[in-house]
Design a protein around this ligand. Structure first.
Ligand SMILES: C[S@@+](CC[C@H](N)C(=O)[O-])C[C@H]1O[C@@H](n2cnc3c(N)ncnc32)[C@H](O)[C@@H]1O
Length: 218
């Protein structure tokens, strides 16, 4: 009996590879992961140093459906549009081809450079689409009557307060995926991760005025 167990153990030792990887493989994997993290942080993080931790939003491009949903909710509107955190410029390009005069505010200089070169390559004129390397929290948005956002749930209440202070009464705000808490929606399209919400600032202000004191904070 003991002999047969030893045979089994010997056999399994022969069949199963040792779990310790070769030192060269370990070194290469470590170097690869460090390199990937370096590229990721270079691409996603530049410009963020001066943004408070709770307002930091990383880069994540919107899907094709999301962009189409934004354009549906902007249907019939005209004028100036600000995309807050314009990423690679996809929302700005879609809106500018629908006739809006667009500004993409983006804190990541690599994404700004990429968007500008894409605009150049596509022959998009600067009065249709401009990309500005600027922190939108520190930007006065009062000259825009259309605003688009795809940010993060944790910043929506603070952004709501800023937009209510600055935007004109006829402004429309489009929020991708993450709605504004306590704002009544004008309309909403899509579902799941592509769900997109539209708000009219005059309606939001009127609604918040009807709430009892202290409840009209986001
Ligand atoms: C989730 S991505 C959305 C990108 C793009 N709007 C889209 O739909 O594909 C958010 C973007 O906002 C940018 N961003 C975050 N905070 C910002 C700030 N304070 N000022 C300007 N851009 C900011 C990020 O760099 C990132 O590109």
């Amino acid at each position: 009996m003991e002999d047969s167990i030893e045979v089994i153990l010997q056999d399994s030792g022969r069949m199963l590879p040792t779990s310790r990887p070769h030192p060269v493989v370990s070194a290469c994997t470590g170097a690869l992961l460090t390199g990937m993290y370096g590229v990721w942080s270079l691409f996603v993080m530049p410009g963020f140093r001066r943004v408070p931790w709770k307002l930091k939003v990383p880069y994540l491009p919107s899907s094709k459906d999301q962009t189409q949903n934004i354009m549906k909710l902007l249907d019939g509107r005209t004028g100036r549009l600000a995309d807050l955190g314009s990423g690679d410029g996809r929302v700005v390009f879609a809106a500018s081809s629908a006739g809006f005069q667009c500004t993409g505010f983006e804190i990541n200089s690599i994404l700004v450079a990429y968007s500008r070169s894409k605009a150049c390559w596509r022959g998009v004129h600067a009065n249709q689409a401009t990309f500005v390397k600027k922190d939108f929290w520190k930007t006065d948005l009062s000259s825009y009557n259309n605003v688009t956002t795809f940010l993060a749930p944790g910043v929506m209440a603070i952004l709501g307060d800023k937009l209510l202070k600055e935007l004109p009464d006829d402004a429309r705000v489009i929020a991708c995926r993450f709605p504004f808490p306590n704002w009544p929606q004008h309309s909403c399209v899509g579902s799941g991760l592509d769900q997109t919400f539209a708000y009219d600032i005059c309606t939001v202000r009127a609604h918040l005025r009807t709430l009892p004191q202290g409840m009209n904070e986001n």
